[in-house]
Write a protein that binds this ligand. Structure first.
Ligand code: C2E
Ligand code: MG
Ligand code: MG
Length: 511
């Protein structure tokens, strides 16, 4: 509580002509008394004091209106931090709470891709104008970067979680109204993260802003168009992700993220048809890790693109080295997650790498999970896959039979080969219902002009039976486990020897 509100009678004195100004006038009045005598002094005070008061009022008024101007313009990140600092002090002194909200345009690349580079900036300007219009005059709005705005709400009584969610929802709806760009109507969405000043880990503006950023990252992970409030757990989860992110980045730099290779055979000839590249992390403490142990976390902390670049590079290096060593390896398959397939630079990166290694696009198979194609509509994923297919890369539909892809989506994604999931392959040699299912998949594939590969072959019996049913390719532990690159050479030598021996045997039999 301020001094003036504790002593009400003083409020008028301090608030009206200005207490400091009155004190400053005392020496001048005393000097006038000595110089002009009592009467002259009264005349001068009567003339000068009103002039001074009017001037002081004018100055106050104009500085007040410029402060209002500041609040209604679009401010900088520093202003937001300062305002949130001041708001935290107000909260401590009066209990009136504030909050910081950050809004981020979802899919800025889609807007730039569909409407051109300038469209995203125009959309952001429009969002700024709408936000300003939907906020109160004393709320501070700042542009943080190309895709994000931050708001510091003016301190108010009873700003609890529910009230803040309502404000966030109101601002989001105002912003998500369609925008007209070059005579076309564009629809876009935003995600919102916010932190109540009272919930930030520290009572500073920077801490409130950082916490709102953490909440925004969580909203974006659950988005598009999501709202999330900062909670302490979120802070811990973000710290863990950050730690993991740093660890994975170091692993990528040190070459601890490795491609292992699992061979795929033709059932017709027994020859090697290709290898699938499968990621492994050679962790310095935990040993060799499988993708299930780290892949979801790597994708969640936004390193999917770095991972797929590393896998692509290692897979193409392997192909070149097999070629140089005189082995015939027609292709290598790489798995791409939805996150990686959403990268607008994916096709350019793959094309550039293939050119650099002087390898034909047909030597690369793109493996896409059936669940991805079953749920991706006309978006960047479809465009990327269509372009990769046009480039000449093979498109493998991974884990087929587990993801409810429609026949039309198989067509739309230009799929070349179905990789029949292991769950259909297990005990196919002894279980009649498995045989019926695999038989149905194989005849559907044939009608659609697709080739087939059976995954997860664990026994010679399964291998033989799938060959008999007409499945073109096989892959699984019965043939080989995924191997580090160095071990693939030895495996191929042995496989060649085995093939030659069995060819000799069958020649002897027929001869
Ligand atoms: P996937 O693409 O279906 O790969 C086949 C998985 O089955 C591999 O597991 C492989 O080791 C395993 N497998 C192969 N033959 C057999 C078998 O006979 N029996 C059994 N029980 N399993 C067999 P892995 O390497 O643990 O990979 C699991 C999944 O992780 C992959 O499934 C793929 O979806 C994903 N993945 C692997 N590497 C990458 C990568 O570089 N990028 C992305 N985005 N995903 C990857
Ligand atoms: Mg795969
Ligand atoms: Mg699979």
């Amino acid at each position: 509580m301020g001094f003036s509100s504790k002593v009400p009678w003083l409020k008028g004195v301090i608030g009206w002509p200005g207490w400091a100004e009155c004190v400053a006038l005392i020496p001048a009045m005393m000097l006038g008394w000595v110089w002009f005598g009592p009467l002259g002094t009264v005349v001068i005070i009567g003339a000068v004091v009103p002039v001074l008061l009017v001037a002081t009022r004018r100055i106050r008024k104009s500085s007040g209106s410029s402060a209002q101007g500041r609040a209604s313009a679009i401010a900088s990140r520093d202003t937001i931090v300062e305002t949130l600092n001041a708001n935290s002090r107000i909260y401590d002194a009066t209990g009136r709470g504030s909050a910081c909200l950050i809004m981020c345009l979802d899919e800025p690349d889609r807007i730039a891709g569909e409407f051109g580079q300038g469209a995203r900036d125009r959309a952001m300007q429009e969002i700024g104008t709408r936000l300003r219009g939907a906020l109160r005059e004393r709320d501070v709005l700042a542009r943080l970067d190309a895709t994000r705005f931050a708001v510091a709400l003016e301190p108010m009584q009873r700003l609890d979680l529910e009230a803040a969610i309502q404000i966030a929802g109101r601002l989001k709806s105002a912003v998500e109204e369609p925008v007209s760009i070059d005579a076309t109507t564009a629809y876009f969405s935003v995600s919102v993260g916010f932190c109540l000043s009272s919930r930030a880990p520290e009572p500073t503006g920077q801490s409130v802003l950082n916490s709102a950023e953490t909440a925004l990252a969580e909203a974006r992970r659950n988005g598009p168009s999501a709202i999330r409030a900062y909670t302490r757990d979120m802070g811990q989860a973000a710290d863990d992700r950050e730690a993991l992110r740093n660890e994975v980045e170091t692993a990528l730099e040190r070459g601890d993220i490795l491609a292992f290779f699992q061979p795929q055979l033709s059932t017709d000839t027994g020859e090697i048809a290709g290898f699938e590249a499968l990621v492994r992390w050679q962790h310095p403490v935990r040993g060799l890790l499988n993708p299930a142990e780290f892949l979801p976390a790597v994708l969640a902390c936004g390193l999917g693109r770095r991972l797929s670049e590393a896998m692509l590079h290692q897979a193409l290096t392997a192909l070149r080295n097999w070629d140089r060593a005189g082995f015939v390896v027609p292709s290598v398959g790489i798995n791409f997650s939805r996150e990686e397939l959403s990268d607008p630079n994916l096709v350019a990166t793959i094309k550039w790498e293939l050119d650099r290694f002087e390898l034909a696009p047909g030597r690369l198979n793109i493996e896409i999970l059936e669940s991805v194609i079953a749920t991706s509509d006309e978006d960047i994923v479809v465009r990327n896959i269509a372009e990769l297919s046009k480039l000449g890369c093979g498109i493998d539909l991974d884990d087929f039979g587990t993801g409810h892809a429609s026949i039309s989506s198989i067509r739309r994604f230009a799929v070349d080969r179905l990789k029949i999931d292991r769950s259909y392959v297990t005990r196919v040699d002894s279980d009649q219902s498995q045989q019926q299912l695999v038989g149905a998949i194989l005849s559907m594939a044939e009608r659609l002009g697709l080739t087939t590969l059976a995954e997860g072959i664990e026994t010679i019996g399964e291998h033989a039976h799938l060959a008999q049913l007409g499945c073109a390719f096989v892959q699984g532990f019965a043939i080989s486990r995924p191997l580090p690159f160095s071990a693939t050479i030895e495996w191929m030598h042995k496989h060649r020897t085995k093939l030659t021996a069995s060819a000799g045997l069958s020649q002897k039999r027929t001869g």
